[in-house]
Design a protein around this ligand. Structure first.
Ligand code: SAM
Length: 311
């Protein structure tokens, strides 16, 4: 049985930010909605603390866990985090979102430790645009994609945040690359969080045009009811998923997530920082499992759709 919030939304997914450190500097990064820390060099949560939080969540029916950051692969102890969470009974899915730059050498080990899926941020296939957006080398990210596919992750997804006047024209090439590589492409609408007003107004673009093109080409279209009602377009030999959160009450009404910030706070919504529940301090003060479950229950009741329907 899973927890439900005051709007009847089940709590099924946990997204844990395990570090704020990153080896890329994406100009559009929402940093998972976290406030920038002064000291970003040190990790705030230990392996044991992260695994304990995941364990409590899983005991409450949250069966899907995603690791994020910062860049999760910056942590040398990531393999231990993965095996610790993967061993928890009741877990159905463990995945990771990464820029892929360090994945080439790590994919196999992470797969063997129990990681099931990876999402790799890939905003473009143009090396110069890639470098300008984040500073990294495209070839390293592509090596990460190759290694992920070879390791056996299924599916591998490419996360492409759509940026007006930057990469909109790259969508057809990305679809073709996804088809050839056997991965799923996710087109993601730019979120305004932690992005300057100027950047957002210059580069935000609705995904309507892309969705129209996908509708025309799709053989079938599916809806992910327990993941924001996202649409999945099955084109011949390739799948494209669309993430369209902005002013979308349907997206929020089908949100099934809780986040954990890199400094150990339960965060009900990407867009807000005024309703966090500290779980790390109670862990360090010796709270027992029942007390930690209570914190989850309390945080769950603070979940509410950011965009609400007018009806
Ligand atoms: N470093 C990892 C990575 O690149 O995937 C994990 C952190 S990153 C913040 C997690 C995901 O958020 C990536 O897929 C990225 O594309 C997406 N993302 C970052 N900034 C965004 C924004 N402003 N709007 C929408 N998605 C964004």
């Amino acid at each position: 049985m899973s927890l439900t919030d005051n709007c009847g939304r089940p709590l099924l997914n946990l997204r844990i930010s395990i570090t704020q450190r990153c080896n890329n500097r994406c100009v559009y990064c929402h940093r998972e909605g976290e406030v920038k820390r002064a000291n970003r060099s040190a990790e705030k949560m230990s392996v044991e603390e992260i695994v304990r939080i995941a364990k409590i969540a899983i005991s409450l029916g949250i069966s899907r866990v995603k690791l994020t950051g910062g860049e999760p692969l910056m942590r040398k102890d990531l393999p231990e985090i993965v095996s610790g969470i993967a061993a928890v009974p009741g877990l159905r899915d463990l995945s990771l979102t990464t820029n892929g730059l360090l994945l080439g050498n790590m994919a196999k080990n992470l797969y063997e430790r129990g990681l099931k899926r990876v999402n790799i941020s890939l905003p473009t296939l143009n090396a110069e645009t890639y470098r300008k957006l984040g500073g990294g080398k495209l070839e390293d990210a592509l090596a990460g994609v190759k290694a992920a596919v070879e390791a056996g992750f299924c599916p591998v997804k490419l996360n492409m945040v759509i940026l007006k006047d930057v990469n909109v024209g790259d969508v057809p090439d990305m679809i073709e690359y996804a088809r050839q590589t056997g991965v799923v492409l996710q087109l993601i609408e730019l979120d305004p969080i932690n992005v300057s007003n100027n950047y957002y107004s210059t580069h935000h673009r609705s995904l309507d045009e892309q969705e129209e093109m996908l509708r025309e080409k799709a053989v079938t279209i599916e809806k992910r009811q327990f993941m924001h009602n996202r649409l999945i377009y099955h084109l011949p030999n390739v799948t494209v998923e669309v993430v369209h959160p902005i002013e979308n009450s349907d997206f929020c009404m089908h949100c099934t997530r809780m986040r954990v910030t890199s400094d150990g706070k339960l965060k009900p919504c990407l867009m807000r920082n005024d309703n966090l529940t500290d779980i790390l301090t109670p862990i360090r003060k010796g709270a027992n499992d029942e007390q930690l479950k209570e914190l989850f229950v309390k945080a769950n009741l603070l979940r509410e759709p950011y965009n609400k329907s007018n009806q």
